[in-house]
Design a protein around this ligand. Structure first.
Ligand SMILES: [Zn+2]
Length: 505
């Protein structure tokens, strides 16, 4: 009997030992992966560790609820359906309060909320609407493509067409994909891009009117500053402006106007670090035009060395010319031009758009816009990681423009797991019912990062947005100090429960 008891006890000890060994191995793998991923090595202060517990508790509760109720789990849903759920979540209230550092991928024409444009610019007496071949364009003047008979005052149209509210919703649908047609989330990529590019055409003329241009860009800075963004690198074409006397302003004058606006905004908001411009032109041009644009950039950069800092080509990569078409021109200017190329914004593998990634790296791009298809390239992603070229990941853009439905399947999940440098950006928030960058941060935190990623992840994302920016060393030092102070107050508020309580009142 005693012998049997001894055998049973020994068996129990043996089973426990085996079980402990198994659990240790299991935990070691999980820990190693978490440490390797983005933010895994972030040092957390005592306050940050405390904040981390609060945040992870909320995050894991939300994830558990989502497993039971996937139909109302925002991180797994399309933004058009999820926005109201995100707005009411505690995590989003915290995300909004994060000092975000920099936004490094943003197109000016689509950066301002569509609601502000409709409720503000279109209520001004100069605002007009032009109809041409079934398409509508906002403008303030009669021109060759908007002759007198096709141009109408928006104030007048508002009086003539139903209720003000319904008219304004229709008007907003001209520059907001969700209002335009929520079924777009099921249409083909080319169809959505057609509608998306039509919106740039619809808005461009009206925001080229100098008084509107100035107020539009002030609002742009305001919306991002209110979303706790302290520095922006703005992709813009610096296209000509016109004023009430029909005087036109060329690229150099437009750069000067933007420079003044930014300086004035900095004066009013002492911790705002400013904005710089990545001169961006549509890739649908010939080689001669590309050379002309590179020459214009060189002159702009000479006149405004700390404002117009880089060059990019924009437009849908799948159907437009790849970088390789402009190889001669781009190589010639490579030494004197900082490139920030959009590349690999595609579902292709080996297609011309996908291979833009190869050209972007050879051309020494400083960062990569999207890099969505990079994970398919075993040699290239390792090279890009070792060179420290950050990917500008824009979650909502990739979802709305039909590369991915469920953002938990976004390739950035792989980039985070491999600690490939990324910055979170928002591309064109005004055109898809978003505002600022908080919604993209929400999806990055809830859908792209691991369920165990908390403050450490956010800390790295925020500081990497400074690290991979084009700020000078001196600006960077000043920015880091400002950001640190903001970050410390954010920690205090999070720990004190103020971020959730305030919004609940
Ligand atoms: Zn873009």
């Amino acid at each position: 009997m005693i012998g049997e008891l001894v055998i049973v006890s020994l068996c129990t000890i043996f089973v426990q030992a085996v079980s402990n060994e198994y659990n240790n191995k299991r935990q070691a793998i999980i820990d190693a992966e978490n440490k390797y991923a983005t933010g895994g090595h972030s040092f957390l202060t005592a306050k940050e560790s405390q904040a981390n517990k609060i945040l992870l508790s909320l995050k894991n509760q939300s994830i558990s609820d989502g497993i039971i109720n996937p139909d109302s789990y925002a991180p797994g849903m399309h933004f058009f359906h999820a926005k109201h759920l995100i707005d009411s979540s505690d995590i989003f209230k915290i995300i909004k309060a994060i000092p975000k550092g920099s936004v490094l991928h943003l197109h000016n024409v689509a950066a301002v909320s569509s609601e502000w444009i409709i409720k503000n610019l279109t209520y001004r007496p100069e605002a007009k609407l032009c109809e041409s071949n079934g398409n509508f364009f906002f403008t303030t003047r009669i021109s060759h493509h908007c002759p007198k008979e096709s141009v109408k005052s928006i104030q007048q149209l508002r009086k003539e067409n139903g209720t003000e509210e319904s008219f304004d919703i229709w008007l907003e649908s001209l520059i907001n994909l969700k209002l335009r047609n929520p079924d777009l989330m099921r249409r083909s990529i080319n169809h959505v891009w057609d509608e998306f590019e039509q919106m740039f055409s619809a808005l461009k003329e009206m925001v080229s009117y100098k008084p509107f241009f100035e107020d539009f860009h002030k609002q742009l800075l305001k919306e991002f500053y209110e979303d706790n963004v302290l520095y922006i690198e703005l992709r813009m074409s610096l296209s000509r402006l016109y004023d009430e006397n029909d005087r036109t302003y060329d690229e150099f004058e437009v750069a000067k106007i933007i420079g003044k606006l930014v300086e004035s905004f900095k004066q009013e908001n002492s911790d705002f670090m400013g904005a710089k411009i990545i001169y961006s032109k549509h890739r649908g041009m010939d080689n001669k035009a590309a050379q002309d644009q590179l020459n214009t950039f060189a002159n702009l950069n000479k006149d405004f060395p700390n404002l117009v800092i880089g060059f990019d080509l924009v437009g849908q990569e799948d159907i437009n010319q790849p970088l390789s078409v402009f190889m001669d021109e781009l190589q010639t200017s490579q030494k004197s031009t900082a490139y920030f190329f959009h590349a690999g914004e595609t579902n292709g593998y080996g297609s011309a758009a996908d291979l833009n990634l190869v050209d972007a790296m050879i051309l020494n791009t400083r960062r990569i816009g999207h890099g969505y298809s990079l994970y398919k390239h075993s040699v290239l992603w390792r090279a890009i990681k070792s060179k420290g070229i950050a990917l500008e990941v824009c979650p909502l853009s990739n979802q709305v423009l039909r590369l991915v439905d469920d953002l938990r399947n976004h390739p950035a999940v792989f980039y985070v797991s491999e600690n490939i440098p990324i910055v979170i950006s928002c591309d064109d928030p005004g055109f898809w019912d978003s505002k600022g960058i908080s919604y993209d941060f929400y999806y990055a935190f809830m859908s792209i990062a691991s369920s165990s990623a908390g403050i450490g992840f956010l800390k790295q994302i925020v500081w990497d947005s400074v690290r991979y920016s084009s700020l000078t060393t001196q600006e960077r030092q000043q920015f880091s100090q400002t950001l640190q102070a903001r970050w410390d107050s954010f920690m205090d508020e999070l720990i004190a429960g103020k971020l959730i309580a305030n919004d609940c009142v």
